[in-house]
Design a protein around this ligand. Structure first.
Ligand SMILES: Cc1ncc(COP(=O)(O)O)c(C=O)c1O
Length: 375
C-alpha cells in the first residue's frame, strides 16, 4: 500500500507489526476523532448528544455496506463474545438439539454453546481440524434435522483457514438450522456477502482487521433469525421509542436493534467511523488482493527455511494469516519473544506462530521478520 497509508499508523515507525489478528494499531485519524469526542464532552457535556448518536448510525451504515446487509440488522455490542452469548441465551433449547461447529474455534464461539450443552442437554458436534484446515463435507455430514445452529468462524484464528460460507450456509438452511459466523478475523482484510451466504447471525468486533478501538462489538441478526431468537439482553434503548419513559409496555424493536440495551462508547464510534472510512477509501477488494500478494511473498520467503507453513495456501482457503511451526521443535512462544526483541511483533497460538500482516505492512516488514526468525 502507499507510504501515505503506512504513515497513518505510528506502530510502523518502530516495529514490523505483523499482529493484526490480535489487535491492529489505529490510524492517526481515528485517534484524533476519539479525542475530539472526549474533548467535546469535556467542554460541552451532553450538548452534542444527537451528533454522537448520528456518528454511531454512520458506523452502522458503513459496516452494513461491508457485509452486504441492511443497517437495522446490525447491533453494537461490547465484543464478539457478547454477540454469541446473547444469541445462545435467546434460543429455546430442548434436549436432543445439536450444534455443529469446528474444533479449533476461538472460545468466544464455544463457551456460549458449551453452556447450552450443559444446561439443556444439547449435543455439540465438533468437526476435527486436519492439518491446518477443515473438510467442508465432514462438517456438512454432521448436520441433521436436529441441528439448531451451525457456528463457525469465517477465518480461523489459529490457522487463517477461510471457511466456504456459501456451501455451509446452504446446508444449514436446507436443515432449517441457523447459520452463525464469527467474522472478527475476516472483516477488514476482506468484505462479506452475509446475505448471499445465507448467514443468519454474525458476530465480530472493531479491534482487529478494522483497525479501530477495542469496545465496539458487532452483532448481525437476519430477519429470519430475529423471528427465532428472543432478545435476551434488553435495556432502555431496546424498545421502539426509548425516550417515551411512560409507555412501559411498548414492543422491542423488530430487528437487531433490540439487542442494543443502553448507552454505548460514543468516543470509540468516532474512531471506528474514521477507520471504516479509511478501509473503504482503499477498498476491501484492493486490500484483499494486496494481502494475497504480501502473504504470498511471505510464503515464498519461508521456503527453504527451518519452518513449515501450517496454513492452507489454496486460494479459496488462504487469508492474510499465515501460521508456521519450527521444524526443529523450538516453541513458538520462544520464537515470538526473540522476534519481539528484534522489533517484530507476531503471536504464538497453541503450537503455532501466527503472522498477520495488514494493509499498512510492506515487503520490508516481511524481510525483517525472515531475517529475525531463529534458524
Ligand atoms: C475468532 C475470534 N473471535 C473472537 C475474538 C475476540 O472476542 P471478543 O471480541 O469477545 O474479545 C478473537 C480474538 O481475540 C478471535 O480470534
Amino acid at each position: 500500500m502507499t507510504p501515505e497509508i503506512r504513515s497513518l499508523f505510528a506502530a510502523t515507525e518502530h516495529y514490523a507489526y505483523l499482529n493484526s489478528a490480535a489487535v491492529s494499531p489505529m490510524p492517526r485519524t481515528a485517534i484524533e476523532a476519539v479525542n475530539w469526542q472526549l474533548n467535546d464532552v469535556a467542554k460541552y457535556g451532553s450538548e452534542h448528544y444527537p451528533e454522537w448518536v448520528k456518528t454511531k448510525g454512520r458506523c452502522r451504515d458503513l459496516l452494513a455496506g461491508m457485509v452486504n446487509v441492511s443497517p437495522e440488522h446490525i447491533a453494537f455490542m461490547r465484543n464478539t463474545s457478547d454477540g454469541f452469548a446473547a444469541v445462545a441465551a435467546g434460543l429455546d433449547w430442548k434436549a436432543g438439539d445439536n450444534i455443529v461447529t469446528f474444533a479449533n474455534e476461538f472460545p468466544a464461539n464455544f463457551y456460549p454453546w458449551r453452556r447450552v450443552r450443559d444446561r439443556f442437554g444439547v449435543e455439540l458436534r465438533i468437526c476435527p481440524e486436519r492439518d491446518g484446515r477443515y473438510e467442508t463435507d465432514e462438517l456438512l455430514d454432521m448436520i441433521d434435522s436436529n441441528t439448531r445452529v451451525v457456528a463457525v468462524s469465517a477465518v480461523q484464528f489459529a490457522s487463517g483457514y477461510r471457511a466456504d460460507l456459501e456451501t455451509i450456509g446452504n446446508a444449514a438452511r436446507a436443515a432449517d438450522a441457523l447459520f452463525a459466523v464469527d467474522i472478527i478475523q475476516g472483516l477488514g482484510q476482506m468484505g462479506f456477502d452475509l446475505d448471499g451466504a445465507k448467514v443468519d447471525i454474525a458476530a465480530g468486533a472493531s479491534h482487529k482487521w478494522l483497525c479501530a478501538p477495542e469496545g465496539c462489538g458487532i452483532l448481525y441478526v437476519s430477519a429470519r433469525a430475529r423471528e427465532r431468537v428472543d432478545p435476551a439482553f434488553v435495556g432502555w434503548i431496546s424498545v421502539e421509542t426509548p425516550w417515551d419513559f411512560e409507555d412501559r409496555e411498548q414492543p422491542f424493536k423488530p430487528n437487531a436493534l433490540a439487542w442494543e440495551s443502553g448507552t454505548g462508547p460514543s468516543s470509540l464510534f468516532y474512531g471506528l467511523e474514521q477507520s471504516l472510512t479509511l478501509l473503504n477509501s482503499v477498498g476491501l477488494a484492493n486490500i484483499r488482493s494486496y494481502l494475497t500478494e504480501l502473504s504470498g511473498y511471505l510464503c515464498e520467503r519461508l521456503a527453504g527455511t527451518n519452518y513449515r507453513i501450517i496454513s492452507s495456501r489454496e486460494p479459496s482457503e488462504a487469508t492474510a494469516i499465515v501460521c508456521i511451526e519450527h521444524l526443529g521443535g523450538m516453541h513458538c512462544s520462544e520464537i515470538a519473544e526473540r522476534l519481539r526483541a528484534a522489533g517484530v511483533i507476531v503471536s504464538p497460538r497453541g503450537e503455532r506462530l501466527r503472522i498477520a500482516p495488514h494493509f499498512y505492512n510492506n515487503k520490508e516488514d516481511i524481510d525483517r521478520l525472515i531475517d529475525a526468525l531463529p534458524e
